[in-house]
Ligand binder design. Structure first.
Ligand code: ZN
Length: 409
């Protein structure tokens, strides 16, 4: 195929291209495959929010999950009769899809023979068949239903399959209709809360009930509307004569309390025999950062530069043959030192934060461990990271600007 024939308006799909996904909190990395539109798949248990990825423990430290339900007061774009018809159809589909899945999961599972232990469940992927059988259900709804049914089946599997202590779960009409996290929005204006979502192929806005009895729910809805809380899965379900919209949302944990609890001074100093030590009020060294690798890198880099400068004397050309390599080596070295400063500052800030120190006193007057280390850069990064952690930084000596430190050794 020539270039002229290729349709360049559509990027080639790369469903199997592996791309690393990095946690924005702890920099943990996972290799994942990309989706058809080139976005890396979110690893299982991870969260994607505002174009960043978070591992489950970082996400759990920052957010907590809350679920609220509010009754629908009135549809804004159609009549109640039309809304009821759409809901009836949606609930019929979810109910039959769930029951079909339960039966299939059971049918494709192992049967009890004489074995003492129940074998693990064979992996069953029903999504493609579900899409064919229930073409009127949105794909994201099908995916959510499958996850929910698999979870429910696995929870009862032992009693259903092995001990016959329970019957296979049966969904009764109306099984709740799931709306994925990206499939609904909420707006709060002048005390009126409105959600919008797609149902039966059309976009609908529904007004939710207000009033003092829903104070807590409305407050969370307002946090979702303002973008402060991160929306999760939602469901449309029936309860008595009411139609409820139940929504899950991730609420940011309150951090200021942790900052208020802090006390004490951590004294951090550079040393001749290691890069940094931190000691408590009793002058006991409680944290040490050796960083022998920094000395090795520095020595190797200085040796290499020295050899290049010796060779330069015998070069006839004004620009030596190794100029490009030397430049690359200097760049690489600076980059390495920059990353090292980040890493050291983050380690120190993490330690001081976990030990709940209110203040860090920092003295970097001893430079004997590694003369050519970018000490000034390290100090400014420590200042940044302490600030982000809410820890005060006291410098033992005034910060003298030494830009030449940043340069090559
Ligand atoms: Zn993480």
């Amino acid at each position: 195929m020539t270039n002229g024939q290729r349709d360049t308006s559509k990027p080639l799909p790369a469903p199997s291209a592996a791309a690393p996904v990095v946690c924005a909190g702890c920099t943990a990395t996972r290799d994942v495959k990309s989706t058809l539109n080139g976005i890396p798949r979110t690893p299982s248990g991870w969260k994607r929010h505002a174009d960043c990825y978070y591992c489950s423990s970082c996400w759990g430290r920052a957010y907590l999950l809350r679920t609220i339900a509010l009754p629908i007061a009135s549809p804004l774009d159609c009549t109640w009769d039309e809304l009821n018809a759409l809901l009836r159809q949606a609930w019929q589909l979810t109910t039959s899809a769930c029951n079909w899945m339960m039966t299939e999961l059971y049918a494709r599972d192992v049967r009890r023979t004489g074995a003492e232990e129940m074998p693990p469940m064979p992996s069953v992927y029903l999504y493609p068949e579900l899409r064919q059988r229930f073409p009127d259900l949105p794909s994201s709804t099908v995916a959510t239903l499958e996850r929910a049914c698999q979870r429910k089946y696995r929870a009862v599997r032992y009693r259903v399959l092995w001990t016959s202590g329970a019957a296979l779960p049966n969904y009764r009409y109306p099984a709740p209709f799931p709306v994925p996290a990206q499939g609904w929005q909420v707006e709060c204006q002048d005390g009126v809360t409105v959600i919008s979502l797609r149902l039966g192929g059309q976009r609908l806005r529904l007004r939710l009930k207000g009033g003092p009895q829903f104070r807590l729910q409305l407050r969370l809805a307002a946090l979702i509307a303002s973008g402060e809380a991160v929306p999760g899965e939602a469901y449309l379900r029936q309860e008595g004569s009411a139609i409820l919209f139940s929504m899950a949302a991730w609420l940011p944990r309150q951090q200021p309390a942790a900052v208020r609890d802090r006390t004490g001074v951590l004294t951090v100093a550079t040393r001749r025999d290691c890069l940094l030590t931190a000691s408590n009020a009793r002058k006991e060294a409680i944290w040490i950062y050796n960083a022998d690798h920094l000395r090795r890198w520095q020595a190797a880099h200085a040796r290499q530069l020295q050899r290049w400068s010796e060779d330069h004397k015998y070069e006839q050309r004004p620009v030596p043959a190794f100029a490009a390599r030397r430049e690359a080596a200097v760049r690489k070295y600076r980059h390495r030192m920059e990353s090292a400063c980040h890493e050291i500052a983050a380690q120190l800030a993490g330690y001081a934060s976990r030990r709940r120190y209110a203040t860090v006193r920092y003295d970097d007057s001893e430079r004997g461990f590694c003369e050519q280390f970018p000490w000034f850069r390290l100090r400014s990064m420590i200042a940044e990271k302490m600030d982000a952690a809410g820890i005060a930084l006291e410098l033992a000596q005034p910060a003298v600007n030494q830009p030449d430190e940043e340069g090559q050794p």
